[in-house]
Design a protein around this ligand. Sequence first.
Ligand code: SAH
Length: 347
Amino acid sequence: MQDIRKISLQELTAFLQTQNEPAFRAKQIYDWIWQKNVHSFEEMTNVSKKLRQILKQHFYFNTLNIHQDFTSEDGTIKFIFQLYDGKKVEGVLIPTQKRMTACISSQVGCSLDCSFCATGKMKLQRNLESAEIVDQVVHIQNRALQTYQRPLTNIVFMGMGEPLLNYSNVVQAYRHITAPQEMGLSTKRLTISTAGIAKGIKRLADDEVKAKLALSLHAPTDEKRNKIMSINEQNNLEVLYEALQYYYSKMKQYITFEYVMLKDFNDTLEDAKALVKWSRKIPCKVNLIEYNDTGSFKGSLPEQISAFEQYLLQHDIPTSIRRSRGKDINAACGQLLIQDKTTPLKK
Ligand code: SAH
């Protein structure tokens, strides 16, 4: 028995040949799986009962299901998804006037330990499979249509986990989500956010992954970045800069720098100056993020965030502020944490 969503169209075609079925059947079945996103063979109504029976004897679906959901007073909906092995991850639907954004997870837990992020307190349990990533999008899309009568406009890999440390499955999911024959979302509407894995950034360029790239920068010097993100020890600013230049030279896409505003840590004029210097090196946009309380820091005051934004704008760095959403249900950036018996916390 095999998970049908782990095999390619070619492999499916080869299997059907052994059953004396024509190649177009494989395409039909593949469409049910990746375009119509069904989770059972019974739903494949243009496939004969006999063939459905054969498929059932050889394959199964490992699905991701909604375990619980919570709606924030601002309309944000947080989902706790349950995986086939009982593990759980979170995803979030963020409705705004202009956009319907799905924030999805790439791993159960996270191996990084960024000091301001709650997910970092969970151990990494496993990578999500590409079908589990796609299923999150399908569930969130269905809810967006059901509750807000609007389809998703954007998908961001900003839930649990580090997408570039689950590279193959994330890129495969990206391909299913954006292939015109499958879900068909525009590549530009998908954003991969990374804490800064230089090798992974280069690999995205080599594989011509056209999703947008966001880098969780959060500090403009190695000295400060080392203090809050231990990943900076192997992927320091110089190494990241080199990877981003490589990325830009191939992809010609600007990069978004995410910068969480931490009071008296990275929000001074000196920090703004250093950030401007760094941002001039590469075509980019800066996204200032309001800190969501996870217990370890204090967020910058609103006037400090505005002053910081103004300074960057005055120095010609495109800058915007990302307002926090879904805080009341712990759905905001960095607040995703599942605590139960199956998810041990790091010491
Ligand atoms: N591992 C990836 C993607 C997940 S995090 C990454 O690091 O980019 C999504 C974004 O939320 C990142 O920019 C992350 O740094 C930010 N974030 C983490 N904790 C936060 C917090 N407490 N408040 C605000 N943003 C936070």
